[in-house]
Design a binder for this molecule. Structure first.
Ligand code: ADP
Ligand code: ASP
Ligand code: MG
Length: 440
C-alpha cells in the first residue's frame, strides 16, 4: 500500500482535481490519498480566525461569504451531474453553516482550530463526490478518527498505527482511501492540526504507520531544488537526497516539505518521493537512506530568527554554565537552532518569540544579554559536506559582501549554517547559488 499526498495547488482548481483523480488511478496498488485544503483556503480560514479574535465579526462574515462564493463556483465546474452536484452543494453548505454559527458564539482557541480544519474536510469531501460521479470506488477515511498528537503537540505514531490498522482491517476490500492532511486530535480530544504545511507530516506519519511502499508528495514543482525558487532565478531539481539531508533542508526552510515531516518515513524506512502534479512524468526527488553522492546539494533559508548573546566573564572555566542556560530554554519549551561559544560568550538562536520575555528575564543573572531580531539562518546541506572541495573558502569568498553573524560547522556532517541579517537573505542565497553551484 502506498501514500500519495496532494498539496493545495494540486487540488486548487477543478481541472487539477480531475488530474489528481487520473494520477491516483494510474496503477492498481492500494493507496491512501492525503489531500490538503484548496490553495488559499487555510490562509482565508486563518484570516477569519484573526478577525474573530479581534472581535470584528463583520470582517469575519465578509471573509466567510467570499470563501463560500469561491466554493460555489468551484463545485459548479467540478461536478457535472445534477445528483452529485446537489450532494456536493449540501456538503459544502453544512461547513459554511458551521462557520456562520461560529460567528454567533464566543471565540476561543479550540474553536479557531475547528475553523482551520474546515479546508481539508471540504476538499476531501468534494473530491470524494467527484470520484463517485466518475464511478471510482473509494472510501473516505476521517483523519480525526486516527491522527493523534500528545500534550506536547507531538504526533503519536504508535496510536496512529494501532487505530489505522484497525480501521483498514475493517475495510479490507477497499483499495483507495481518501483522507485529510493537516488535521488531528489533541490530548484533550479536540480538533487540532500539525501546523502550517502539515499535510506532508500527515502523509509521512500515515506512510510510516502502514509501512507503506512509498510516500509520494505531489506538489507544484518537480522535486527539491538546489535553492529557493521563490528567491533565486535559476534553480535545478535534485534527483536524490538522504533522509538526513531532506530533514535538514525541510527544517531549515525548504518550504516544499513541512519542517519535521521526514522522521516518520525515515524511522520506518519508507522512501519519500517529491513529484510534480503539473508534470507527472518528471523524475522529481527520491529520498531514501542513501544520499547518492557527497558534497553540497542545496541551500535553504529560515526567516524570523532571533539571536541571543550571553556575555559573561564567569563563564570562564565554569562547567555547568551551558546546562543552566539550556534549562531556561527548556523551561519555556523553546528549541535552540544554532549555537556558537567562546570562552566569554555564547550566542544562540531561536525561531519563536513566544517565550522570549520570560527567557530574557531568567537569563539576566548570567551576564550581559544582547538580542538581534529578524535574522535568517541560511543552511548549506549535503552529505559529508566537508568533502566539497574548498567548501569553507568558497563559501566565505562568495559571501564577502554579507555581514555573517554566526557560523555553525561540524555539528552535523550534512550541514553548514550561517546566520545573516534578514535583509541579506536574498543576496546570500543568490551569491551561494553562484559560488557553490555555478548557477546565476
Ligand atoms: P503544497 O501546497 O503542494 O504543499 P508548498 O507551497 O507547500 O506546496 O511547497 C511547494 C513550494 O515550495 C514550491 O512551489 C516552491 O516555491 C517552494 N520551495 C521553497 N524551497 C524549495 C526548494 N528548495 N525546492 C523546491 N521548492 C521549494
Ligand atoms: N492546508 C494546510 C496549510 O495550508 C496544510 C497543508 O497544506 O499542508 O497549511
Ligand atoms: Mg506544503
Amino acid at each position: 500500500m502506498k501514500v500519495m499526498k496532494f498539496g493545495g495547488t494540486s487540488v486548487g482548481k477543478p481541472e487539477r482535481m480531475e488530474q489528481v483523480a487520473q494520477l491516483i488511478t494510474r496503477d492498481n496498488e492500494s493507496k491512501i490519498v492525503v489531500l490538503s485544503a484548496l490553495s488559499g483556503t487555510t490562509n482565508a480560514l486563518v484570516a477569519i480566525g484573526e478577525s474573530l479574535a479581534k472581535g470584528d465579526k463583520q470582517a469575519a462574515k465578509e471573509k466567510i461569504e467570499a470563501l463560500d462564493a469561491h466554493y460555489q463556483s468551484f463545485l459548479s465546474s467540478l461536478l457535472k451531474k445534477k445528483e452529485t452536484y446537489e450532494k456536493g452543494k449540501a456538503i459544502i453548505a453544512e461547513h459554511f453553516e458551521f462557520l456562520n454559527i461560529i460567528l454567533k458564539i464566543s471565540f476561543n482557541e479550540a474553536l479557531n482550530k475547528d475553523i482551520l480544519a474546515q479546508g481539508e474536510l471540504m476538499s476531501t469531501k468534494m473530491f470524494s463526490v467527484y470520484l463517485e460521479e466518475n464511478g471510482i470506488p473509494h472510501a473516505l477515511l476521517p483523519a480525526l478518527d486516527f491522527m493523534q498528537i500528545d500534550a506536547n503537540d507531538e504526533p503519536q505514531l504508535d496510536v496512529i498505527r494501532t487505530r489505522l490498522s484497525k480501521i483498514l482491517a475493517q475495510q479490507s476490500q477497499i483499495k483507495l482511501f481518501i483522507t485529510q492532511g493537516y488535521i488531528c486530535r489533541n490530548a484533550r480530544g479536540e480538533v487540532d492540526n500539525l501546523k502550517r504545511g502539515g499535510s506532508d507530516y500527515t502523509a509521512s506519519l500515515v506512510a510510516a504507520a502502514i509501512n507503506g511502499t512509498v510516500c509520494e508528495i505531489w506538489t507544484d514543482i518537480d522535486g527539491m531544488h538546489n535553492n529557493d525558487p521563490r528567491v533565486v532565478k535559476k534553480t535545478v531539481p535534485i534527483e536524490q537526497l538522504s533522509f538526513d539531508e531532506a530533514a535538514e533542508l525541510a527544517y531549515f526552510g525548504a518550504k516544499i516539505l513541512h519542517p519535521t515531516c521526514i522522521w516518520p518515513a525515515q524511522q520506518e524506512k519508507v522512501p519519500v518521493k517529491l513529484l510534480n502534479t503539473m508534470q507527472p512524468d518528471a523524475a522529481g526527488t527520491v529520498i531514501t537512506k542513501d544520499a547518492g553522492s557527497v558534497g553540497a546539494k542545496a541551500v535553504a533559508a529560515k526567516d524570523g530568527i532571533i539571536a541571543i548573546k550571553i556575555k559573561s566573564t564567569r563563564m570562564l572555566l565554569a562547567y555547568g554554565f551551558l546546562r543552566k542556560i539550556f534549562e531556561v530554554f527548556e523551561k519555556y519549551r523553546t528549541p535552540i537552532d544554532m549555537i556558537t561559544t567562546s570562552e566569554v560568550a555564547v550566542s544562540l538562536t531561536i525561531d519563536s518569540d513566544a517565550g522570549l520575555k520570560q527567557i530574557l528575564k531568567e537569563l539576566e543573572p548570567f551576564g550581559n544579554i544582547e538580542i538581534d531580531k529578524d535574522q535568517t539562518i541560511v543552511s548549506i546541506v549535503g552529505n559529508e559536506i566537508a568533502q566539497t572541495p574548498n567548501v569553507l573558502s568558497r563559501l566565505f569568498e562568495s559571501l564577502s559582501p554579507v555581514p555573517v553573524r554566526m557560523v555553525s560547522y561540524g555539528g552535523s556532517p550534512h550541514n553548514i549554517s550561517i546566520l545573516v541579517p534578514g535583509d541579506y537573505k536574498t543576496q546570500t542565497l543568490q551569491l551561494l547559488n553562484k559560488g557553490l553551484f555555478g548557477l546565476e
